[in-house]
Design a binder for this molecule. Structure first.
Ligand code: HEC
Ligand code: HEC
Length: 243
């Protein structure tokens, strides 16, 4: 447990925003048609980064969040410290409060789909969401298996693939998966199966709450093998025990 670090991990990041612009431009309809094109507007997030919302996020009270987490039994699935037992349930400890807030907002307003998350988020206020997000920000992600598990840093992490207009993952998520700024989540040490589920959901446009369609634009160009390789690199524990 690490409660002394309650400083919001929010830093506006010019680089990430610039990167969004590049992706948003590159994703314009001027490109040759793809088999399933990213529809940026469809079921997009309804959360706007207004000063009022920022104020709510920043005013999140971790101690109130702790009590709410107990009341709503977040630990049943996400563990006491935000590290879950199940490989398909995400770790939420160490996610920035801004990212966690936005995700819970999107479950609440049906822009991201999961029954148990929706039923919880529907019942609580924006302030409750901010408090919960502030509480889980005080923990740490699981260690990342990284190079040891995948044998090397995948080219897609470091260099991307300009032929497919793919920016390197590290531009936004950092080579160690730390995440960046308001929007980019930490993915280093995330559960592998959840990671693969999410990349596949973006790929197939089952998850469409990403601003500017940034992750859909990327994921729809990746093969299943590449997604697995990336999950092996960024993820925490192996999918199944290996000899
Ligand atoms: C019954 C199990 C369950 C409970 C209880 C639960 N969650 Fe979740 N949560 C999940 C699952 C499964 C997902 C991933 C769903 C998906 O595919 O989008 C998730 C996703 C999330 C995410 C998004 C994580 C990410 O990386 O994008 C946040 C934040 C979150 N939960 C917070 C909470 C909080 C706070 C509570 C308590 C108020 C809570 N959850 C209670 C199962 C649960
Ligand atoms: C231009 C910036 C950018 C690049 C490049 C980028 N991402 Fe993302 N990624 C984001 C943002 C922003 C989100 C959160 C979107 C949302 O709100 O759903 C995200 C979300 C994710 C998630 C979901 C995390 C969760 O807990 O649900 C995964 C997994 C992910 N990215 C993996 C990758 C991988 C792997 C690469 C490289 C192939 C990559 N990303 C490249 C910006 C980026």
């Amino acid at each position: 447990m690490n409660n002394d670090n309650q400083k919001p991990k929010i830093m506006a990041s010019g680089v990430a925003l610039l990167a969004f612009c590049v992706v948003a431009l590159a994703g314009s309809p001027a490109l040759p048609a793809k088999k399933k094109s990213t529809t940026i507007g469809a079921h997009a997030t309804t959360m706007k980064w207004t000063p009022e919302i920022m104020k709510t996020i920043m005013s999140g009270d971790p101690q109130r969040g702790k009590a709410l987490a107990k009341q709503h039994r977040c630990k049943k699935c996400h563990g006491t410290d935000g590290v879950s037992d199940e490989n398909d349930t995400p770790n939420i400890g160490g996610l920035s409060r801004a990212y966690a807030f936005k995700q819970m907002w999107d479950y609440k307003y049906r822009r991201r789909h999961d029954k148990s998350m929706r039923s919880r988020c529907e019942k609580i206020t924006h302030q409750d969401i901010a408090d919960l997000a502030a509480w889980f920000e005080t923990f740490k992600m699981e260690p990342m298996m990284g190079v040891a598990a995948s044998k090397s840093v995948p080219v897609l992490v470091e260099k991307g693939d300009m032929k497919r207009l793919l920016l390197p993952c590290k531009t936004c998520h950092n080579e160690k998966g730390k995440g960046r700024g308001l929007l980019v989540p930490a993915i280093g040490g995330q559960k592998r199966e959840h990671f693969i589920d999410m990349m596949t959901a973006y790929k197939e446009s089952d998850r469409t709450n990403d601003d500017y369609g940034v992750m859909r634009f990327i994921a729809e160009k990746l093969t299943d093998d590449e997604i697995e390789q990336l999950a092996l690199y960024y993820g925490s524990k192996p999918l199944e025990e290996e000899d």
